[in-house]
Design a protein around this ligand. Structure first.
Ligand SMILES: [Zn+2]
Length: 516
């Protein structure tokens, strides 16, 4: 999203209780994030138990409610096994286990593999049978979700007019409750598409967190620093901004186990360089993510270079901005030297192909970025410039644009496109515990129906991945879990009153349009 926008079936589950399991060290929930994902345990693919074998064991008295065992973890071993027609782990090992199983303890995955390999002795393990494929929840690395309030407004206007006539006047009248409902409606949309994590950049940051926590979703929330029209932009103003965001970080980082707080400077062309440096320093001293729009449009770099005597990456790197955890959204107009600096400083990229295309910003050099080993994840950008939050569409367009740019029908194969929405996206956020189904990862999962023409014919595991990217879509997501908790069950939201959210956002958007 450019500066401008930023200113102010089905029939899933047969449940059984089966197998015997002796809890071991691997069952313990593993706190923390980046360094906690264990290496995936190789599995014996020769063991292939059919559905009949798995469904045969009799139910043994556990009551199920809303896709999980009633009575809480004390009612069973603490481990729940999800058995699906296929498990697509997205962990870089195998394309799929067909059938497959995922064992979850608390909010963490403890085992993944063919069902037979996970059987062990000891306490009873309740089993959730999932019809379809289990995948990790998708990870959206760049979004301004509360802008659901502005979806479809000012379409096709030249950028400057859109800002001055549509967006800024509305944002000037935003109340915290507006942002709460905007984020809530976005969370409903995201979860319905199987997107369990977003990296958010917006102001009114407290209601953003409130909404994510209430929705049962997960987010990395990076409040955006931006010098608004009318602010002096002096040292005292920046100090006040940073004090506020430092306090926000101290109060809410880690909340509910699903919130991470980072810092953002909107862009190098909208925030004075000392402000960018101070914000990045505040993030680095806390090992927090620093999030910035970078090289989104061709002209922004020219103006910056004229003022500062170097490209944005050159100047930011020299100023130490790239020394911490950095996520650079868009990153379209990069020179080879700029890419070298990204590599040198391990700068991650949020690649936003739909926003880049809709706003005619350009086609990012995705092949170059991945070829240099950079961490890249997909982002939808805000719903005022996309206009939906469907990361499945980003996968397809990312692959198509990469092929067009490179003139190569083999560029960005389906598995690589899926990686950008799952494991790659988690890594771009510095969160390898997201976007994978592997021991130690967060138990964020989605079930995708395979009972659809999109998956016919299906000859092998690699073909399953091709179908997921090229012929399936978000419409096939049936169930979603975040941290092991069901948030969408058989297509129904369990944490959000979607009708209420639609009504609130519609009403509030109308009020904002009327005052602006
Ligand atoms: Zn953006």
């Amino acid at each position: 999203m450019p500066v401008e926008s930023f200113l102010p079936a089905h029939r899933r589950v047969v449940t059984t209780l089966t197998g015997r399991h002796r809890p071991g060290p691997a069952d313990a929930a593993r706190p923390g994030r980046a360094d906690t994902v264990a290496t995936h345990v190789p599995v014996d693919r020769s063991i292939d138990l059919g559905w009949a074998t798995m469904a045969d064991p009799p139910r043994q008295g556990i009551e199920w409610r809303d896709g999980r065992p009633a009575g809480g973890p004390e009612a069973h071993s603490g481990v729940v096994r999800y058995v699906a027609d296929a498990v697509v782990p997205c962990d870089g090992t195998v394309p799929a286990h067909r059938p497959g199983a995922v064992e979850v303890s608390g909010d963490v995955v403890v085992r993944v593999g063919p069902p037979g390999t996970l059987r062990s002795t000891g306490a009873r393990v309740p089993e959730v049978r999932v019809e379809g494929a289990l995948l990790p929840g998708l990870v959206n690395t760049h979004c301004h979700s509360p802008m659901t309030l502005f979806r479809g407004t000012g379409e096709n206007l030249p950028l400057r007019r859109w800002l001055e006539e549509v967006l800024w006047p509305r944002e000037a009248h935003l109340e915290p409750e507006d942002v709460f409902w905007g984020m809530t409606l976005a969370a409903a949309e995201l979860l319905g598409f199987g997107v369990t994590t977003t990296c958010e950049m917006y102001f009114h940051e407290d209601p953003v967190v409130d909404a994510v926590v209430a929705a049962g979703s997960r987010a990395v929330v990076t409040p955006g620093v931006l010098q608004l029209p009318g602010t002096d932009g002096g040292t005292a103003w920046w100090d006040a901004c940073l004090d506020r965001f430092a306090d926000f970080h101290a109060r809410r980082d880690g909340e509910s186990g699903r919130i991470e707080i980072g810092f953002a400077a909107h862009a190098a062309y909208t925030v004075p360089l000392p402000g960018v440096v101070a914000t990045a320093t505040a993030a680095r001293t806390r090992d927090a993510l620093f999030h910035i729009h970078l090289a989104e449009t061709e002209r922004e770099g020219d103006a910056f270079a004229a003022e500062h005597g170097g490209s944005v990456p050159e100047v930011l790197a020299a100023a130490g901005v790239f020394d911490g955890r950095v996520l650079a959204a868009h990153s379209i107009w990069l020179s080879p030297d700029d890419v070298d600096l990204y590599v040198l400083h391990d700068v991650a990229v949020a690649h936003c192909p739909q926003s880049n295309a809709k706003l005619a910003s350009g086609i990012a050099p995705l092949g170059d970025l991945l070829g240099r080993g950079l961490r890249v994840g997909l982002g939808t950008d805000g719903p005022a410039s996309n206009n939906n939050l469907d990361l499945w569409e980003e996968m397809r367009l990312a692959a198509m644009l990469a092929r067009l740019r490179q003139g190569d029908a083999g560029a960005l194969p389906a598995a690589a496109a899926l990686d950008l929405a799952t494991r790659g996206a988690g890594q771009a956020l510095g969160r390898p515990d997201l976007g994978v189904l592997a021991p130690g990862a967060k138990a964020d999962m989605m079930a995708v129906s395979l009972d659809d023409p999109a998956f016919v014919p299906l000859f092998d595991d690699a073909m399953l991945i091709e179908h997921l990217v090229w012929s399936a879509s978000s419409r096939l997501v049936t169930d979603v879990w975040v941290g092991g908790q069901p948030v969408v069950v058989d297509g129904e939201h369990r944490t959000i009153d979607v009708a209420e959210a639609r009504d609130e956002v519609g009403r509030r958007a109308a009020r904002l349009a009327a005052v602006a």
